[in-house]
Ligand binder design. Structure first.
Ligand code: MLT
Length: 205
């Protein structure tokens, strides 16, 4: 079945430009991270997606029982749904499925991490702003060489420091090349964190 998700697509400046998959935080939309993507990866194609779950009218990518406590069954199903949607969008718009970077914040970073926990080669790279450990007890696929930027807050009230470190070590343990960037502005995605992500992305190219 074809997964339908509300989205916006913008072609890249060059046919071989990467595609930035934009995944918003709770209450966001497919448009939220466009400015960030243009700053991090100028000229990239953009696929901004809106989460299919509504929490009191706030879009999310999967259900939660409480803040930081996820509905794992829904998370697993929504992860597969998003994966199918990316595949279908690549076929529809003609972008290279093998050249997709995830750019996610908070809830969107969590489903991006979940995709990496479930599928090898789902992304060319990933920029995760304030992610959590999406699921525990999984055997991760081989992520050898996968470049991952994690931006986090030492004093993030939603994501404890040890949880960020746990995610980094799970991804590194599967072979990913994880770069950590720490801020002290709680759960916010600050300009300096965005600038650090942009510098990291540039260093990949
Ligand atoms: C989540 O539910 O994914 C996390 O608590 C982050 C958020 O508030 O969206």
């Amino acid at each position: 079945s074809t997964a339908t998700m509300k989205h916006i697509y913008k072609a890249g400046a060059q046919p071989d430009a990467p595609t930035m998959l934009l995944l918003h935080g709770t209450g966001g939309t497919e448009n939220d991270l466009i400015g960030l993507a243009e700053m991090i990866a100028p000229g990239a194609a953009i696929l901004g997606v809106r989460g299919n779950v509504s929490e009191n009218g706030m879009p999310r990518f999967f259900r939660r029982l409480a803040e930081g406590i996820f509905d794992e069954e829904d998370l697993i199903a929504r992860t597969a749904e998003l994966g199918s949607f990316i595949d279908a969008a690549a076929a529809e718009y003609g972008f290279d499925r093998k050249n997709v970077y995830a750019l996610g914040y908070s809830n969107g970073a969590n489903i991006a991490a979940s995709l990496m926990f479930h599928q090898a080669n789902v992304f060319k790279g990933a920029i995760l702003h304030h992610p959590m450990v999406p699921l525990r007890g999984l055997t991760l696929p081989d992520l050898t060489g996968l470049p991952v930027f994690i931006g986090a807050g030492e004093n993030d009230p939603i994501v404890p420091r040890r949880e960020t470190e746990e995610l980094a070590s799970l991804l590194s343990g599967a072979g990913a090349d994880v770069h950590m960037h720490w801020e002290r502005q709680g759960h916010q995605l600050t300009r300096t964190e965005a600038a650090a992500a942009a510098a990291w992305y540039k260093s990949q190219a």
